[in-house]
Design a protein around this ligand. Structure first.
Ligand SMILES: NC(=O)c1ccc[n+]([C@@H]2O[C@H](COP(=O)([O-])OP(=O)(O)OC[C@H]3O[C@@H](n4cnc5c(N)ncnc54)[C@H](O)[C@@H]3O)[C@@H](O)[C@H]2O)c1
Length: 242
């Protein structure tokens, strides 16, 4: 029997980057995946590549009504076992150059989206339990200049993980948090790659991480191999947060 046989997962921001890597690995290991994103073309293409075990559904994570539709579509694929709150935006700026709209947009996608995801999964997971993985950042473990709006949301994701883990343990719903460091995805294109590589040189492991390396940790947290873990915060960051 494959590792994720008979299990269905919902991934937000799954059209590309880390979410896409998670979807590919889950399907390769027998799971079914509802890939969700606001990038419809890329999401549809990935679902087509992955075949009958994957489907795409447009989901703006900041819209509660769309969450209800996405959960229904995930349940149509099979028994829903977990969620990865992976969608995120990152627009670094100094505090003085961060306007209200930028601050609010980070809040809506990274923080409100994670709350709505946790909330939407309680009813479907209530009967048999399940696993929720929230993607924070090393910016949710330490202070990083020029990222106040982003960092605030990622510390919130870490805190919401712990509050939810406390509250949902009785329902056998585990909630854990992953803190990626510099990972080579489109998100880092906000800066020159040379600058990303300079930052990586300050780490014990002096390179960027890959989406696959984060996906391996996410799959561990979705699987029964982590059955005794909830409320945990795990960095996958080449030592960046030390
Ligand atoms: N790449 C890094 O170095 C890094 C480091 C730490 C944390 N992270 C976090 O990892 C997660 C995945 O990021 P990534 O590196 O794969 O970047 P990415 O930009 O490739 O992926 C993010 C995805 O989120 C989607 N998204 C944006 N707004 C959305 C919305 N309103 N509703 C639904 N989806 C939306 C995007 O369309 C995109 O597909 C994010 O939460 C990010 O903050 C990334």
């Amino acid at each position: 029997m494959a590792r994720f046989d008979q299990q269905t997962f919902l991934i937000t921001g799954g059209a590309r980057g880390m979410g896409a890597a998670q979807a590919r690995k889950l399907v390769a290991q027998g799971g079914k995946v509802l890939i969700t994103d606001i990038l419809e073309e890329q999401g549809q293409a990935l679902a087509a590549e992955l075949g009958a075990s994957a489907r795409f559904c447009r989901l703006d994570v900041s819209d509660e009504a769309q969450w209800a539709q996405a959960v229904t579509q995930a349940q149509a694929l099979g028994h829903l076992s977990g969620l990865v709150n992976n969608a995120g935006i990152f627009a670094p700026a100094s505090i003085e150059n961060t306007d209200l709209a930028q601050f609010e947009q980070h809040f809506r996608v990274n923080q409100l989206g994670t709350f709505l995801g946790i909330k939407a999964m309680i009813a479907p997971l209530r009967e048999k339990g399940g696993s929720i993985v929230n993607i924070s950042s090393t910016a949710g473990l330490r202070g990083v200049a020029h990222t106040l709006a982003y960092s605030g949301t990622k510390w919130a994701v870490r805190g919401m993980t712990k509050a939810a883990a406390r509250e949902l343990g009785d329902l056998k719903i585990r909630v854990n948090c992953v803190h990626p460091g510099l990972i080579d995805t489109d998100m880092l294109k906000v800066r020159d790659q040379a600058e990303n590589l300079i930052q990586a040189q300050a780490q014990p492991i002096k390179r960027l991480g890959s989406a696959d390396e984060v996906a391996d940790l996410v799959l561990f947290l979705l699987s029964p191999e982590s059955a005794f873990m909830t409320g945990a915060e795990l960095a996958v960051d080449g030592g960046r947060s030390l």
